[in-house]
Design a protein around this ligand. Sequence first.
Ligand code: BEZ
Length: 394
Amino acid sequence: MKQIQHNRRTVMRTVAGLAMSALIPLGVAQAADPIKVGMMLPATGTYAKLGSAIDNAFKLYVEEQGGTLAGRSIEYHAVDDESDPAKATENANRLVVRDGVDVLVGTVHSGVALAMARVAKQRDTLFLVPNAGADDLTRAQCSPNLFRTSFTNWQPAYAMGKAATGMGHKTAVTLTWKYAAGLEAVNGFKQAFEEGGGKVVKELTTPFPGVEFQSFLTEIAALKPDAVYVFFAGGGAAKFAKDYAAAGLKDSVPLYSSGFLTDGTLGAMGGAGEGLITALHYADGLDNAKDKAFRAAYQAKYGMPPDVYAVQGYDAAQLLHAGLKAVGGDMSKKAEMRAAMRSATIESPRGNFTLSSSHNPVQDIYLRKASGEENPSTGIAAKALADPGTGCKM
Ligand code: BEZ
């Protein structure tokens, strides 16, 4: 009976919809429908907390606008991508083809995002990337429909490499999970470190999301480099920092990283992260009104402070809003909407940013030093850093 009632309601809505669309202009009919937003994020696994921060903050921004963007209400469709590239194409197709979303938002893991980009491109669906740093998303695989509100893996790593040579280090060992994000971060660090006269003497890798670090720590102790650079994030980052300290290396070999190592993870490190120096496009305690308001609102709604992932999710919603405002909520005006997004200045909690011609943020990279559960800035490691965008042709 319930099913029959549901079917009847659906038919009534369809009939009413047909009658209305015959009588009124397209723009007005569209405005009556919600915008379907497909949130493809990790809800399980080592990146689960990162996905939840993005989701929370995207929704916070929409709620702050009264639940609508440019007059259109928002309907969310969600998939847990499990940070698994092998399931990424099917998961993205669920949202884009099955659910017919108007915009795809995701994800954390670079390998998953690269697969999402292919699906979004095939269908010409707007794709907003609120974390995954895969360099190629805004280099060789750049696309008019793809916009990123986070970073390239190169950006914070390059800034960290510059800062490490500035501190006088001459040799470094790198260690990362072996997938696009970590490998590209190591490349960025190495480029700047060697441009500054340093030498990366060994590049170590372990499969994602493995957390068996002991043999690597033994090798680092034997190699005795001036410094270590790592890429880890989420649950695995907390485990690594604890193991590094427990191995007695923290006091003898300085550990550096892109700020994902310590963002949102210092509590779980239980003190092992104290004093760690990292580079990232966000820091705690920034002196700007937008950040203060954002942090207060996020804390009030979710009972915890936001981190860089939350900032990137919030800014993805802001960027979507900028596009929608330019077309009065009519997403069929694709070219106009994308042009407005390309030229937007996003008033972000990290500080204002614009997008490069390949649709990646041009942004300051802060140097931070962990203190308690926060990563306050100690200065700017790279001012208005733009990714080179190599190979991007739109
Ligand atoms: C990535 O896979 O691109 C990534 C994951 C976590 C933090 C930063 C980057």
